[in-house]
Design a protein around this ligand. Sequence first.
Ligand SMILES: Nc1ncnc2c1ncn2[C@@H]1O[C@H](COP(=O)(O)OP(=O)(O)OP(=O)(O)O)[C@@H](O)[C@H]1O
Ligand SMILES: [Mg+2]
Length: 233
Amino acid sequence: MAGINLTRLRKSYTVDRRTVPVLTGLDLSIPENAITVVLGKSGCGKTTLLRLIAGLEPPDSGQISLPGNQRTAFVFQEPRLLPWLSVLDNVQFPLKRSEIRPDETRWMLDTVGLSGFERALPHQLSGGMQQRTALARALLFHPTLILMDEPFAALDHFTRVDMQHALLDIRQKTNASILFVTHSIDEALTLGDTLVILSDGVITARYSIPGQPRDLLSDDMIRLRRRIVASLE
Ligand SMILES: Nc1ncnc2c1ncn2[C@@H]1O[C@H](COP(=O)(O)OP(=O)(O)OP(=O)(O)O)[C@@H](O)[C@H]1O
Ligand SMILES: [Mg+2]
């Protein structure tokens, strides 16, 4: 199947001469052109999973099969902008000169609500604006895979909802596989085409959620929320 396949992934860390198992034989397929949300408690291994997929560190065993033309963008919980570069230079920073498309950059900055701030430096932006810059930078890179590690967790409720809508809007316009990590059940239900629960080092449940936009207060969604809460406990 196209997309990304993870097979029997294992990873443990040694802390204070103790071995801490984090992933214990995890299987997961991440389809193209969809948002897969990973939901799990703090410390269950979500960031570790993203780091292994990004190749930032190797698994102890198991396989990560990626398409040949893989181009990965990582959006972290904090924006990680270069402080001496403007918004425009930050979002274009990962691109080669020949890859820069001024019209597309303008459109992307408009989509994330940053028109008029192209020349601003990161310290002149609010936290939400910085995070939107990081999202624009990731998307302009034309990734085939976007790894998102609680990217909206530090934002206020209203900015967070705006960013979720921007991501759903952009999801329509890209074929990328999006792997989105969150603690928030609401965020998972809002964004995920597929929602998986990571617990005890493996995927313990998988839910497909058809259709957008969603009413989180509908009977179906409330039923699904109950099942998810039960599978997290
Ligand atoms: N470099 C490391 N060295 C040692 N232990 C680590 C390292 N990275 C992660 N761990 C341990 O692995 C476990 C999983 O950490 P991870 O950061 O993947 O969790 P998480 O699900 O992302 O948590 P959170 O929701 O709080 O971000 C934790 O017990 C953590 O202490
Ligand atoms: Mg984490």
